[in-house]
Design a protein around this ligand. Structure first.
Ligand code: ASN
Length: 308
């Protein structure tokens, strides 16, 4: 467990302060970039009767209000989809709570509370949002050195805009070449970010869309940072028709009743869409070359510990 002295040391360290300053510039550049591309920023949803299933996170964060059960947001996936009824492009700096297994405390990549830049685009394809992500990272890495020169010098980091389009490999190729821990294996081999495409349905949640002509394979993607920093973003096209959503929920072994309100909403119509989410602490860790996401924000909460 962290002591008050440890918390104080971390909070006042030069390293964390510089990382948070870099992060503040990243947030500003991201806002400008996405607003410039026609996005509207929406406020985060923190509790709802439903959230991302993320079934490998064993404990569900629940609170009871007025006798109703609310869940604490693991991701805003469904609310992004629903917001597209009003606006064609939305983004949000969305706080997520995921009760990770305690063994992940030392991974350097996991926090139980983190923020993702989560976005969704109506009527977009996976390729549309991949292009958008590539343009965003190129813009960010072009502009950051001018505004965060002192901080980047402190970390000794030179982040160059990556070449576009990024390299892409299929999930089955990644597993063949790197085994089960393929994201980390691939990441360690990379000098520039790369995509992993076409995850199998059993390895992802029910909302990523299946190829209509390739059952069991998804129109989704992850982006992996170079130098062993691991996953940068995760996203894809979405299931939006009631029947397909129900089929996918059942195939996951999830009780339809636990998604009653989402399904009731989907019955009234959801737009086709694609989107992704970028973990802000992981992005900060990569830019600053930090050992752990614990140094990439104030009040970082590692799995299995009590933190302020
Ligand atoms: N934000 C991710 C997406 O857009 C979902 C997640 O965080 N689980 O696909």
């Amino acid at each position: 467990m962290l002591t008050i002295d440890d918390e104080r040391r971390l909070l006042t360290s030069e390293k964390v302060r510089n990382a948070v300053q870099v992060q503040s510039h990243v947030l500003g550049i991201a806002r400008q970039f996405f607003v410039g591309r026609g996005f509207v920023e929406i406020l985060p949803v923190v509790i709802s009767p439903f959230t991302d299933p993320l079934t490998d996170y064993r404990v569900r964060g629940e609170i009871e209000c007025y006798g109703f059960h609310y869940q604490i947001t693991k991701s805003m996936i469904f609310h992004k989809q629903m917001a597209l009824l009003s606006l064609p492009r939305v983004f949000c700096f969305s706080p997520n709570i995921r009760i990770e297994p305690a063994e992940r405390r030392t991974s350097g990549r996991h926090l139980i509370e983190f923020v993702q830049l989560d976005l969704e685009v109506r009527d977009a394809s996976r390729e549309d949002v991949m292009k958008l992500a590539e343009d965003f990272f190129a813009d960010l890495f072009e502009r950051l050195p001018a505004v965060a020169a002192d901080e980047l010098r402190f970390f000794g980091r030179v982040i160059l805009p990556p070449r576009r389009p990024f390299r892409a490999i299929r999930h089955d190729e990644a597993v063949r070449d790197y085994g089960n821990d393929f994201e980390l294996g691939l990441s360690q081999d990379l000098r520039e970010p790369a995509w992993i495409l076409d995850f199998p349905a059993e390895s992802r949640e029910f909302y990523d869309r299946e190829y209509p002509d390739r059952p069991g394979v998804l129109r989704d993607m992850d982006l992996v940072y170079p130098e062993g920093f691991g996953e940068a973003l995760s996203g894809g096209e979405r299931e939006h028709e009631l029947e397909s959503i129900e089929k996918r929920i059942i195939r996951k072994g999830i009780d339809l009743a636990s998604y009653k309100y989402y399904l009731d909403f989907a019955r009234t119509g959801l737009p086709a869409s694609a989107g992704f989410g970028i973990g802000m602490e992981r992005l900060t860790r990569y830019i600053c070359g930090l050992d752990s996401v614990r140094e990439a924000r104030y009040f970082a909460k590692l799995p299995g510990t009590l933190s302020l």
